[in-house]
Design a protein around this ligand. Structure first.
Ligand code: F0G
Length: 485
């Protein structure tokens, strides 16, 4: 194969020509399917015709709908000739990990052929996000009898959550388009990520968060990274309402997950999962659901990979919500996915305390397209699952633990079998919400009535914090007792 020299790594000729056309993308409404010129895009990222959200589409790839035409009406076979060689792409993405260039070291931008959204790569704002571990969950395997259970730990990103992967892409777009202010409403993680990336780019950021309803770790991050951080006397859904008016009245770029460029970055964990599994796709992927953008972002990636011939199938994508913040669960079970009735959200998994999720239609679409399910998790089940993930030496924040609850429920229902491979997407780091963990182990997190059905398992996982006199004998007595268990 002929090789040409490039600044970052050496590229095969077929790849070079593909990369040269990489600034072409369009936004298509997921409701009425109209494409919109980038200059006509509204500041709230909603279609002026039908009010739905957009998705990024790449005309160089043939139409994802499978109707045999690409966006320009070119038959699929002809369009496929423009695509790069699959094994060359896989080789290139891996090779970039040993490069010294920022855009190659980023676990998002090393896949940049899959997200050609920038006109100029000089505008990339990155903290070397992505490249997160895929852990084999051995204790969960023992517990469930299924030995191919993995955790993709997005909490291992620079600001401790999966939001970094989408923030690097959307904030780079904002930077390229000359905005000086960015903003988001958040349950905490988006605000932490946005604050960090904005400061890296020398931009200002405005954070709207529900007062007293986000974990301290996340609030401290927004402050530390220099965001103008405003706590509003409302919930997340109220913050979204206020922010939509702010972005209409001020030249501030909206970075909530309604921004389709966020989702292009949030696709990349799916590419990493496929790469980490030697381009074998797992049977199932289970993700937590809040504002409901992430499941569809990962689903988009799996569909695109299959379409481009990188993989040969897509996993069943299932979404799990907390029982107290379960509008999608209700929409699927009560309304067959046709309608969503907002709820007043209430869960200790504060990251997903959302009653009126913006991207619910996208979530319904991806669950249906991949043959997945929507589940809900009780407070006690979430707390127990979080402790179990912690006891694997992995740990995660409460919202991420709903995935393990989902796994148990889907196995009990016979939807996931012991022979299946399953990836749980852990979205946030355990240190994001250490109060929750400490309350659990002290036994003060759950009310008596909540803990009742799982009391035994909970007691088994609890590690009471013990206070002793500074005396070796006392410590040895405790050690002996613990060793006897
Ligand atoms: N897990 C964590 C740790 C989160 O922070 C979020 C969302 C989700 C799961 C749900 O993802 O919204 O795409 O369904 N957090 C947002 C925030 C809302 O503001 O940080 P989703």
């Amino acid at each position: 194969m002929e090789i040409v020299s490039q600044a970052d790594v050496r590229l095969p000729v077929t790849l070079r020509s593909f990369i040269m056309m990489q600034d072409s993308h369009l936004l298509r409404c997921t409701g009425c399917a109209r494409a919109i010129a980038l200059m006509d895009l509204k500041e709230n990222f909603r279609c002026p015709e039908c009010g739905e959200l957009y998705e990024v589409e790449y005309p160089a790839w043939s139409d994802m709908s499978g109707n045999g035409q690409n966006c320009a009406g070119v038959p699929e076979i002809a369009a496929r000739r423009a695509l790069p060689n699959v094994s060359a792409l896989r080789w290139l993405w891996k090779e970039r990990r040993s490069s010294t260039e920022l855009k190659d070291q980023s676990g998002v931008w090393r896949f940049r052929e899959m997200l050609p959204i920038l006109r100029d790569e000089q505008h990339i704002v990155s903290l070397r996000e992505g490249n997160t571990p895929l852990y084999h969950m051995t204790r969960t395997a023992d517990m469930t009898g299924a030995d191919r259970i993995f955790a993709k730990h997005q909490g291992m990103n620079p600001t401790g959550s999966f939001k970094d992967t989408g923030m690097t892409t959307a904030l780079s777009v904002a930077y390229e388009r000359g905005f000086s202010w960015v903003a988001c409403a958040s349950t905490g993680n988006t605000s932490a990520a946005m604050a960090a990336y904005a400061s890296r780019a020398g931009m200002r950021s405005l954070v709207l968060i529900p007062e007293g309803k986000i974990a301290w770790g996340k609030l401290s991050q927004a402050l530390d990274y220099g965001a103008l951080t405003v706590q509003l006397k409302t919930d997340f859904d109220g913050c979204v309402r206020v922010l939509s008016e702010v972005v209409r009245r001020a030249p501030v770029y909206l970075l909530n997950s309604v921004n389709p460029y966020r989702l292009e970055g949030q696709k990349t964990p799916a590419l990493e999962i496929a790469e980490q599994m030697n381009w074998e796709v797992p049977d199932h992927l289970i993700v937590p659901g809040g504002n409901l953008a992430n499941g569809s972002a990962l689903g988009k990636a799996f569909l695109e990979m299959k379409h481009l011939g990188l993989t040969d199938r897509v996993p069943h994508i299932s979404i799990v919500q907390a029982e107290g913040a379960n509008p999608l669960y209700r929409a699927m079970h009560d309304w067959n996915g046709e309608k969503l009735v907002p709820v007043e959200a209430n869960t200790r998994a504060s990251a997903i305390r959302i009653g009126n999720p913006a991207s619910w239609k996208k979530a319904v679409k991806i669950v249906r397209a991949t043959g997945g399910w929507v589940e809900e998790a009780s407070e006690a089940d979430i707390a127990l699952a979080k402790a179990e993930i912690g006891a694997e030496g992995i740990g995660c924040e409460p919202a991420s633990a709903v995935t393990l609850v989902g796994l148990k429920k889907l196995m009990a229902a016979g939807r996931i079998e012991v022979s299946h491979s399953v990836v749980l997407l852990l979205t946030g780091h355990t240190l994001k919400d250490s109060d929750y963990t400490i309350d659990y182990h002290r036994g003060t997190l759950l009310r008596e009535d909540e803990a009742a059905p799982q009391r035994q398992e909970i007691e088994f996982t609890r590690r009471n914090t013990i206070e002793l006199e500074a005396d070796a004998d006392a410590v040895l007595r405790v050690l002996e007792k613990a060793a006897g268990h």
